[in-house]
Design a protein around this ligand. Structure first.
Ligand code: BV8
Ligand code: ZN
Length: 241
């Protein structure tokens, strides 16, 4: 497997990941054949309206996914992205659509979880935040210790504004390399990030099991599993520091 590129120590490297980077850790993706959305229709669980209409179902869906986290580990794809941060230090930013926390568990520090985290909840009334491991998940509708309000998962649902967009626009405009890994490029505004980096002349590289829709914006595309491709690619990209 070859690549035309090599990082220099001052390159600003931005990575965007989606559910595909966690697939080899055993977490289902959203749109592959047996994806999560098949078990639960999107309208049923990942919208504020669903939460208002059927909070018990939404809590069941997120509790199940949160509890699954204790059974999974970061995979070689996550570990390769940690090596890029080790190489680039402060010039590295990892933007993830994933809510599984595996990049942080793998040791990445500069991680922006734009769709929130399964490991956090907040009160829908006073907005107080509570780590999931500190609330009573036996309750079908966990309540806030401060005000008794209903807690909700700290997840950005469809129709809600993702976290960190304010700082992301500057990061995207200054990127020298933009790597997009394991995402179908369907969900906005994350799907727009590749366009933005390309318009500011970043070198854009994709790693994905299937060719994503916006692959025409990629300078280089590696088709296959992130856990199999990234370790060797990162070795080549970071050689000779
Ligand atoms: C917003 C949390 C306003 C929930 C998620 C019509 C047209 C365009 C846009 C819209 C539209 N109607 C509505 C919208 C906006 C909407 C949207 O984009 N909808 C889509 C579906 C059309 N977006 C929103 O509502 C967003 N908010 O727009 O607010 C706004 C915004 C900005 C400024 C002002 C106003 C909020 C979107 C966030 C929703 N929440 N997650 C939860 O997790 O339960 S999205 C959800 O999808 C996950 O976060 C997931 O990460 C994300 C994207 O999916 P992917 O990660 O790409 O996963 P997918 O399965 O699709 O793909 C996996 C890929 O990996 C595949 O390509 C596969 O081939 C590959 N793969 C598999 N295995 C591997 C692999 N690759 C490598 N290795 C492997 N081993
Ligand atoms: Zn409260």
């Amino acid at each position: 497997m070859i690549t035309r590129f090599k990082f220099s120590p001052n390159d600003r490297i931005v990575v965007l990941t989606g559910a595909g980077i966690s697939a080899e850790s055993g977490l289902k993706t959203f749109r592959d054949s047996d994806g999560l959305w098949e078990n639960h229709r999107v309208e049923e669980v990942a919208t504020p309206e669903a939460y208002l209409r059927n909070p018990e179902l939404v809590w069941r869906f997120y509790k199940q996914r949160y509890l699954q986290l204790s059974e999974v580990e970061p995979n070689p794809g996550h570990k390769a992205l940690k090596q890029i941060e080790d190489f680039a230090g402060g010039n590295f930013t990892l933007i993830t659509q994933n809510v599984d926390g595996l990049h942080r568990r793998c040791g990445n520090k500069r991680v922006l979880e734009i769709h929130g985290s399964l490991e956090l909840s907040f009160c829908s009334k006073c907005l107080a935040k509570f780590p999931m491991n500190e609330i009573d998940l036996e309750q079908s509708l966990p309540r806030c210790d401060n005000c008794g309000g209903l807690l909700r998962p700290d997840i950005i649902w469809f129709g809600e504004i993702p976290y960190h967009l304010d700082i992301i626009s500057d990061i995207l405009c200054q990127a020298d390399f933009f790597l997009v890994v394991g995402t179908s490029g369907v969900v906005y505004p994350a799907a727009q990030f590749l366009h933005i980096c390309k318009s500011y002349n970043a070198i854009t590289i994709g790693i994905n099991l299937e060719e994503p829709k916006n692959s025409y914006l990629l300078d280089e595309f590696h088709q296959g599993k992130a856990g199999e491709l990234l370790p060797e690619l990162v070795r080549i990209w970071t050689r000779g520091k």
